[in-house]
Design a protein around this ligand. Structure first.
Ligand code: DLZ
Length: 158
């Protein structure tokens, strides 16, 4: 992805651009499937609403959120993919397992984006319980999958 002064001046403040020719890969964790499926639906609906073509959107499932960075890397390395959106939900438990997974996922996703120089979006919920997750996966706090898709679109505008 090449950013120049020229394209900085071409875009609106919100960086929303035409994405009809952009290709997206969604990596979805199977743990807490009820939640990640809703995040996925939110992300897809948003991409389509902003003009992405169905045939330009790919999905790859991984077992849990810990596997999101590697799944993201497999897709980010493909030249045809413009942006990767990682969707997961890690629910806080009584052990430090939660911290290890969240740290690894956040760091891993960051590294993949930097390595391949393309947007790799962190669409991972880290709630204390199932209800907080539901509230953010199409519930009273909206859908973070939707927000992840908008972030990808904005990043493609740079
Ligand atoms: C093992 C585990 C646990 C306890 N909790 C979650 C979770 O809340 N959300 C999630 O996405 N994945 C969880 N996992 C699975 C790990 O992400 C990973 O798949 C395993 O540790 C195997 O590497």
């Amino acid at each position: 992805m090449a950013t120049s002064l020229k394209n900085l001046s071409q875009h609106t403040q919100e960086n929303i651009q035409d994405i009809s020719d952009k290709t997206f890969a969604l990596v979805v964790a199977e743990w807490n499937d009820e939640i990640t499926s809703s995040l996925y639906s939110g992300a897809i609906e948003t991409l389509l609403r902003y003009g992405a073509k169905k045939e330009n959107i790919y999905r790859k499932n991984v077992p849990g959120s810990f596997e999101l960075p590697l799944g993201a890397q497999w897709l980010a390395k493909l030249e045809e993919i413009d942006a990767v959106i990682c969707l997961g939900c890690v629910i806080q438990g009584e052990t430090r397992h939660f911290d290890f997974i969240c740290d690894a996922v956040a760091n891993g996703i960051t590294q993949v984006g930097l390595k391949y120089d393309k947007p790799v979006i962190f669409g991972v919920l880290t709630p204390e319980n199932q209800q907080q997750a539901l509230d953010r996966a199409g519930g009273k706090h909206g859908n973070k999958g939707d927000e992840a898709a908008i972030t990808a679109i904005k990043m493609l505008g740079f």
